[in-house]
Ligand binder design. Structure first.
Ligand code: HEC
Ligand code: HEC
Ligand code: HEC
Ligand code: HEC
Ligand code: HEC
Ligand code: HEC
Ligand code: HEC
Ligand code: HEC
Ligand code: HEC
Ligand code: HEC
Length: 334
């Protein structure tokens, strides 16, 4: 165990006590690299200090080569696939490999390299992802040093930034194909945090995300979500009609709610009613339309719906609930 780890492990005990007593803020960074349950724990302050220590360390002497002496193919964590990605294009001056190579992201590793060589000790080096000691902010600063001004990355002010989600909680760097950029695998990464969404996409009616025909990012801009759910288009309706163009209108006869907001009747992720509906017709329609006086109400004047209605619902007659262009479609009948 390195001195660095010993210190933070000892402090972890006292801290746990202090947190339990309510004496200090419970913001801790934990890392359990090998999943053996002995997480390294430090406070936000200690983590910030460790980050500074890394950033002030000297660079390694031989760039990537010095890292690969230890982090080679035989190591339990395979770093080599990185060389097949865009980040390793040394001929592209914008990439890490045209710069400080591994250390462009992980920070200067001279001290880490030297101490690791001695065997006993291990100086910290920046690490990335969800369960690592390096605070998300410090991780993301490395990535943003290059990706800040990307046209599609409006990270600042987003819900994910505010909640300190790390870039590397979504993106994998040391793999040839980042699952986040693959329609078939993306949702599984999102579900690691948005657990309840998985169940939604197992309901009877759903968008074909599980089938790999669509991904979450067809509707969401993961970098720019600001709490409204949708940032890509000005409104949810605009987003929906970008694919369902036939529902956009304008129609000769508009159905007011459909002209205003698809989400009045539909839920985006999954529903146990057909067509992603929030309720089943006629209940859906009856939220706004009373039965009284309607031709479908039985002749004796009671508000008991006719048998015809209860079996087939409103849509049997009012089939164009999204709007109609038929000259006599005023009641969305055609
Ligand atoms: C002399 C061998 C050696 C060299 C050289 C070396 N490392 Fe390490 N590195 C290690 C060991 C040992 C660990 C600890 C592994 C563990 O905890 O599972 C480690 C851990 C790491 C970690 C994980 C740190 C953490 O907190 O979880 C990263 C990232 C890393 N090294 C990157 C690098 C980079 C980048 C370089 C080159 C600048 C480098 N290493 C050079 C031996 C080395
Ligand atoms: C030294 C600059 C630099 C740093 C630091 C950097 N990147 Fe990149 N990244 C690039 C360049 C250049 C590309 C290729 C962009 C292109 O071809 O348009 C790229 C591409 C990507 C891509 C797209 C990959 C693909 O296959 O399309 C992702 C995702 C990405 N980076 C995420 C990250 C993350 C996460 C970090 C931090 C852990 C990071 N980058 C750090 C420069 C950098
Ligand atoms: C919540 C998950 C998530 C987080 C967090 C995240 N990304 Fe992404 N990123 C995505 C998705 C999804 C895409 C694919 C977007 C698309 O296809 O429109 C993507 C695409 C990218 C690309 C490629 C863009 C392109 O135009 O080819 C880069 C570069 C990138 N992200 C960098 C970053 C950086 C840097 C951070 C941290 C500041 C970050 N991402 C944080 C989900 C995320
Ligand atoms: C573009 C930024 C970037 C570059 C360049 C980069 N890494 Fe990484 N590294 C990451 C990220 C992000 C992770 C977290 C896992 C992942 O994304 O696959 C990581 C994880 C690691 C780990 C695993 C640490 C652990 O948790 O056990 C090691 C070791 C490592 N990198 C070493 C290297 C070495 C060696 C190089 C150079 C050959 C290198 N990295 C280049 C971003 C980078
Ligand atoms: C067809 C477009 C669409 C797809 C595909 C989609 N979403 Fe959404 N999502 C929305 C809309 C619209 C909202 C806002 C309306 C609402 O709150 O129900 C939303 C809201 C959210 C929210 C915030 C509100 C809430 O319900 O918790 C999260 C988190 C979310 N989506 C995650 C995901 C994930 C993860 C995926 C992929 C597995 C995904 N979404 C796929 C359209 C979509
Ligand atoms: C590492 C965890 C993590 C991952 C992975 C992740 N998210 Fe999030 N996401 C969060 C947190 C935390 C928030 C803010 C708290 C909340 O609203 O749940 C958030 C917020 C959101 C919101 C805005 C909800 C709102 O109302 O503010 C949307 C939409 C969303 N995420 C979609 C996605 C999508 C799509 C993916 C995959 C591309 C994804 N997230 C991956 C953690 C994550
Ligand atoms: C990126 C394109 C895209 C976007 C954006 C989109 N959809 Fe879809 N939608 C689809 C696809 C593809 C299907 C499946 C069509 C099929 O199977 O024939 C679908 C199916 C549906 C269905 C029928 C589901 C069923 O069980 O039959 C409804 C209802 C629907 N979408 C409503 C919406 C709403 C509401 C929005 C906005 C929140 C929206 N869609 C946004 C592509 C999209
Ligand atoms: C007043 C409630 C209501 C509103 C608002 C509404 N819909 Fe629907 N939608 C329905 C009903 C009911 C069905 C089932 C129709 C059927 O089975 O014929 C449906 C079915 C659908 C379908 C699948 C069947 C088809 O016709 O392709 C899509 C796609 C769809 N709606 C998209 C939208 C979009 C996009 C919006 C917003 C512009 C929207 N809906 C607004 C009630 C509504
Ligand atoms: C959120 C409330 C709401 C829901 C839900 C709703 N409607 Fe409507 N509907 C309206 C409003 C508002 C009008 C316009 C009324 C007016 O102009 O007097 C309207 C108009 C109509 C009209 C035309 C009336 C006319 O002659 O102008 C029909 C037919 C109709 N709706 C059927 C349905 C059906 C069928 C459903 C269920 C699929 C439904 N509505 C769901 C609010 C709703
Ligand atoms: C058997 C066919 C039929 C069924 C089923 C039906 N309607 Fe109608 N509806 C009509 C006809 C025909 C009109 C036109 C009446 C008129 O113009 O005087 C109409 C008119 C309407 C209107 C226009 C305003 C009004 O009250 O005159 C609304 C709103 C309406 N229906 C809603 C519904 C709802 C909600 C349901 C389901 C609970 C439903 N309808 C079921 C045939 C039907």
């Amino acid at each position: 165990m390195s001195m660095f780890e010993t210190i933070i492990r000892q402090r972890a005990l006292c801290l746990a006590l202090l947190v339990a007593m309510g004496a200090v803020s419970p913001q801790l960074y934990a890392a359990d690299d090998d999943d053996d349950g002995d997480a390294v724990i430090m406070t936000a302050e200690q983590a910030d200090e460790a980050v500074l220590r890394v950033l002030n360390a000297p660079s390694s002497d031989k760039g990537a080569d010095s890292c690969l002496k230890c982090h080679d193919e035989d190591n339990e964590y395979p770093v080599m696939p990185l060389f097949k990605t865009r980040h390793a294009t040394a001929t592209d001056p914008r990439t890490p490999f045209a710069n400080q190579q591994c250390e462009t992201c992980h920070g200067p590793g001279g001290e880490h390299q030297k101490e690791s060589k001695k065997g006993e000790e291990k100086a910290p080096i920046l690490n990335f992802g969800k369960n690592v000691w390096t605070p998300a902010k410090a991780q993301n600063e490395r990535c943003l040093s290059c990706h800040q001004n990307h046209e599609r990355i409006e990270w600042k002010g987003s819900s994910h930034e505010f909640n300190e989600v790390a870039c590397a909680s979504c993106h994998r760097i040391h793999v040839t194909n980042d699952p986040m950029l693959d329609k078939k695998q993306q949702a599984d990464v999102c579900y690691t945090c948005h657990v309840n969404k998985r169940a939604k996409f197992f309901q009877v009616s759903r968008h074909p995300v599980r089938e790999g025909q669509m991904s979450c990012s067809d509707c969401h801009n993961a970098h720019a979500e600001d709490g409204d759910g949708i940032r890509v288009a000005a409104t949810v309706r605009e987003k929906c009609t970008s694919c369902h163009a036939e529902k956009r209108g304008p129609f000769l006869w508009e159905h007011q709610p459909a002209a205003e907001d698809c989400a009045v009747c539909h839920t985006p992720h999954g529903s146990n009613f057909p067509a992603l509906l929030k309720k089943r017709p006629p209940q859906l329609c009856q939220q706004c339309h009373a039965q009284a006086g309607h031709p479908s109400v039985s002749y004796n004047g009671s508000v008991v719906p006719s048998q015809f209605l209860s079996v087939k619902g409103c849509l049997n007659c009012h089939s164009n609930t999204h709007g109609s262009n038929h000259p006599s479609g005023a009641s969305s009948l055609r």
